[in-house]
Design a protein around this ligand. Sequence first.
Ligand SMILES: Cc1cc2nc3c(=O)[nH]c(=O)nc-3n(C[C@H](O)[C@H](O)[C@H](O)COP(=O)(O)OP(=O)(O)OC[C@H]3O[C@@H](n4cnc5c(N)ncnc54)[C@H](O)[C@@H]3O)c2cc1C
Length: 195
Amino acid sequence: MQYLESIVGPVHRQGNSGYDVLRRGYNLAIEHNPELIVEARSASDVVAAVRLAATHKRAIAVMNTGHGPSVPADDAVLLRMGALNGVRIDSARRTARIEGGTKWSTVINAAARYGLAPLNGSSPGVGAVGYTLGGGIGLLARRFGFAADHVRWCEIATADGRLRHVTPDSDLDLFWALRGAGANFGVVTAMEVDS
Ligand SMILES: Cc1cc2nc3c(=O)[nH]c(=O)nc-3n(C[C@H](O)[C@H](O)[C@H](O)COP(=O)(O)OP(=O)(O)OC[C@H]3O[C@@H](n4cnc5c(N)ncnc54)[C@H](O)[C@@H]3O)c2cc1C
């Protein structure tokens, strides 16, 4: 399959070890039967998986923790994001750069070392990026607003196989749409948020 050799992370098919574990997330209400499961290790893996899916006319699905409700990813390329879990705090700018598969618990712990706190929700096990792409109404929302109101930029692999750095200046419409309906517009490999 074209682009398969470009993927560094493990790729699983039905019958491979790992397939049955990785097609499940926290929410077991939906059963996913993807054709391939890609464990992304980098933004390049995400781009290669998107190109592979587009070239071979497969849908692409994204699962981090699997906390969100979803539709079955049958015959799709399912991207698992959990290995993209880096956080970098910039204490001077009071920001966090969060990779696409990072859980809130990781961000909270990293920020707390600097006396900072992100706008997380009620569960530390939820994905910070998936949460923020949906708006994100957390414990501090009455005072500070939605988590999505505090996004500075997103790095996203779009359906045309490009990795874009999206800011209000570079692409206002996409930046606007990502902050609330974000899961519809591509795979976010990283974002920077206020902390
Ligand atoms: C126990 C619990 C507590 C919660 N508390 C709150 C709360 O306090 N406030 C609140 O607003 N919400 C809350 N939620 C809802 C939660 O924010 C959403 O379900 C969120 O979408 C989960 O994101 P996830 O990445 O963990 O889950 P997933 O199921 O892995 O992903 C959810 C959606 O986001 C997409 N997605 C995930 N990562 C990416 C990415 N990197 N790029 C593109 N798309 C991506 C997925 O494709 C899917 O459509 C809670 C949910 C649970 C189960």
